[in-house]
Design a protein around this ligand. Structure first.
Ligand code: SF4
Length: 108
């Protein structure tokens, strides 16, 4: 699997946000750190393991937390952002929303 650059991953995340009708977190430094984490994970594991979660050891075990994870849609809809707060509901930040800690649905 070819390595990805930070720019590759940024394009991916931008495409995901556009496709889902979400927005990237406008906090550039925070978003940069998550993009970097996704890039590191791709280059380590060969898939975009969520940058806020640990691997359970295989692609199969991690399937639900490959970005965009299986929980993102519900978290964005209900909480305004995904677990990492990389993706925000459209208009969430403009309305003054500030991402906070939310429970991880992975093991719940
Ligand atoms: S919480 Fe889900 S959507 Fe958000 S960065 Fe992690 S894997 Fe991607």
């Amino acid at each position: 699997m070819a390595d990805k650059s930070i720019d590759d991953t940024r394009r991916f995340a931008t495409m995901v946000a556009a496709k889902q009708g979400w927005e990237l977190n406008p906090d550039a430094d925070f978003t940069d750190s998550l993009i970097e984490g996704l890039t590191v994970n791709w280059n380590r594991y060969g898939y975009f393991l969520c940058p806020c979660r640990d691997s359970d050891g295989s692609r199969e075990a991690d399937a639900s937390v490959i970005c965009p994870c299986a929980y993102a849609r519900d978290d964005v809809a209900e909480r305004g952002h995904c677990f990492c707060a990389l993706y925000l509901r459209s208009g969430f930040a403009a309305a003054g929303g500030v991402p906070g800690g939310i429970p991880d649905r992975r093991y719940s």
